[in-house]
Ligand binder design. Sequence first.
Ligand code: NDP
Length: 257
Amino acid sequence: MTSLLKDKNIVVMGVANNRSIAWGITKSLYNAGANLIFTYRQERSKQKLEKLLEKNEIKPKFIVSCDVEDDESIEQAFQEIGENAGTIHGLVHSVAFANTDELKGDYADTSRDGYLTAQNISAYSLAAVTREARKFMTEGGGIVTQTYLGAERVVPNYNVMGVAKAALEASVRYLAEDVGKDGIRVNAVSAGPIRTLSAKGVSGFNDKMSVVEEKAPLRRQVDQDQVGDATLFLLSDLARGVTGEVLHVDSGFHIVA
Ligand code: NDP
């Protein structure tokens, strides 16, 4: 237990189940004293989240629906959050989506629709939620998103999602400039491969995990709790001088040739 986020209202987007990266983040933030507000897309995710919270004796401030493909849904969600919580001190963006058909084979075969969907949900959404959250981040704070090495390098089969993550990382920098004057920092965590519902959609995912264990300096897998603690750091005052940054939490895999 720490008190790094004591009395801070933090919005967490993207818990689908106990394997979600956002669930690892939830535990870290809760243990640091944060008041947590959750958003979900599918009703099924909401039910899973409620069960998890109950089982772990975590009392959320509240839970609200938000589909990041829909501007109205985003506006409504943040309006409700703002009205109920008053001030927002932090936001965790842990959402992404691409059709599984696009996560195998050649990137050149990506359909226009598949490309736009991946960009829309996985990259544009960060700008959209930053715009709405900013209205209530009147005391400054932090925004943290989740990215992956496929943004920087060609990772087989990651394809359209790698291109969306590249846009996401560039968005982190542009948004950091926009909201920096309001004392808001925007950063990303680039996690190594972690077995989650979304990861299952990427062809050959198991190989990506085993290569980390084999080649990364730390010779071990990354888990949701490690990403949770790094996200906590970026949201907390300890990272008050850090913005527009991509922090790798990947056992050091990205430095190895
Ligand atoms: P999960 O499947 O657990 O989480 C993905 C989340 O995205 C779900 O909660 C899902 O909500 C949400 N989502 C998808 N579409 C929308 C939408 N239109 N509106 C709102 N929410 C939406 O997978 P992860 O935890 O792995 O993914 C979280 C983030 O971490 C993603 O950005 C992913 O790219 C990133 N990441 C993952 C890595 C990994 O190896 N797993 C590595 C590096 C980064 P719902 O289920 O309700 O539809």
